[in-house]
Design a protein around this ligand. Structure first.
Ligand code: ADE
Length: 221
């Protein structure tokens, strides 16, 4: 069982993602546990503010340290590995998803606004992760990306039919892209002038030839 705690000011953004498909099934099967924690529940002022203007001046708002610190404290010894989602973090890769899938508890902090109070990075988190070199409005979509990619590597989440042993980025331990795949029909006619065919070798039943063809067509990255 892998537990994710999500610290966010927009818990409703996760509803459809967590209640759909594999991720929903994995929670039912007790392979994943996902706890949504609303940062506004840990504010101390009457406006329940999670952000404030930066010391020294400048535009925009900064995420405050107290609500995050208090939310983490409320988890006690159930906070596990704490990750801050930020475009300044280390770029997320499949290798990282694999190592994180071995953890018992992961806490994801979703930010908003122009930035975080530096004390969050300095004192409260184990690492900072970015899902790519672009800036999103918040860390909720990055959190879904992590939960999806890490969660599916937890044993039992992806069934035997939906095998994860041969896939992009990991064929025989090599960094490869997946080979091309086809399914029925053998010939598809998008219109009367065209025929799109499946490569003959894949229909041959010759496993050795199929294997060779796949290796040849799986491009190295
Ligand atoms: N928050 C905003 N943009 C982000 C990104 N690219 N990765 C992670 N967190 C983010």
């Amino acid at each position: 069982m892998l537990t994710f705690n999500i610290l966010t000011i927009f818990p409703e953004m996760f509803e459809s993602f967590l209640n759909t498909s594999l991720i929903k099934r994995a929670q039912k099967k007790k392979l994943l546990e996902i706890n949504l924690i609303n940062l506004r529940d840990f504010t101390i002022d009457k406006h329940r503010s999670v952000d404030d203007s930066p010391f020294g001046g400048g535009p925009g708002m900064v995420l405050k340290v107290e609500p995050i610190s208090k939310a983490l404290e409320s988890l006690g010894n159930k906070k596990g590995h704490v990750i801050l989602l930020t475009p300044q973090g280390k770029r997320f890769e499949q290798k990282k998803a694999k190592s994180l899938s071995k953890k018992k508890i992961i806490t994801l902090i979703c930010g908003h606004y122009e930035g975080f109070d530096e004390r969050i990075r300095k004192y409260l988190v184990d690492e900072q992760i970015s899902i790519g070199d672009y800036v999103l409005t918040g860390g909720e979509i990055p959190a879904c990306v992590l939960i999806d990619s890490i969660g599916r590597l937890v044993k039992g989440v992806v069934g035997k039919r939906e095998s994860i042993t041969e896939e992009s980025f990991d064929i025989k331990g090599k960094k490869l892209l997946e080979y091309p795949q086809y399914t029925r029909p053998e010939i598809f006619k998008p219109n009367s002038k065209r025929e799109w065919k499946v490569p003959k070798v894949l229909l041959s039943g010759d496993h050795k030839k199929v294997e060779e063809w796949r290796e040849k067509h799986a491009r190295e990255v």
